[in-house]
Design a protein around this ligand. Sequence first.
Ligand code: MN
Length: 277
Amino acid sequence: MNTPELPSPDSASSLPVASPDRRRFVATGGAALAGLALGAAFARAQNTTAPAATPSATPGAAPMDVLFGCPLNTDGTYALPPLPYAYNALEPSIDEQTMHLHHDIHFAGYMKGLNAALAKLADLRTGGEYPQIGYWENQLAFNGSGYFLHNVFFQNMAPAGSTTASTDLQFSFSKNFGVFANFQSQFTAAATAVEGSGWAILGWQPFGQKLVILQAEKHQNLTQWGVIPVLALDVWEHAYYLKYQNKRADYIKAWWNVVNWDNVTQRLAAARTLGAA
Ligand code: MN
């Protein structure tokens, strides 16, 4: 296996960051209007104009438009971000045709499915009845997770040799995994052993302030990667069976009486700061 070249200490500023053009682009939801041709042009422009990252004045502060860069249309629906490089830019590691199919068909399919699920759920709320709620929640999770993870996936790649790991990143690898080679070997093993379709994911666990490597079989499991819980209801039988036996609905009805809305408010406020510009 090839080990990516690790940077010299003075190359910490080489991590790519979104250019001001991208910030504006995301903020205005321009991706939906860009189309693929314009998207390629944008990507070229971005590659030539993006400034080098400068060390953050606030250690640990995240570049939020990188973390939360999913473009929105003006009506709030999700849009398809163009590749931040040419379709053939990753040759020979990943071929141009695969990139076309993966981005233009598969990624776009998740986006369409996510928007469709959101629209359908809005209709159901209007009607006040929820036939096939399980199906539509599954669609929301499946397509939402697919959409968000592909946003990360495509932005996680760049032409070979064009980037290096920052000193901050190297420090995080060594702190959480020992040495870089250990991170890489665990990630490789995890990816190789995913059963069926899925992902290997390096993620930040905010509760423990740690990096973790996870396998995601399929990718939904009725969640959306990146969502931070603000209100959680346990519906495992252990949570209610002694009192409610099989009557989960009664348990849920009663549970609404004991929600700590102050706590929910605090959690939501804290979570929202993660996406604040
Ligand atoms: Mn994919």
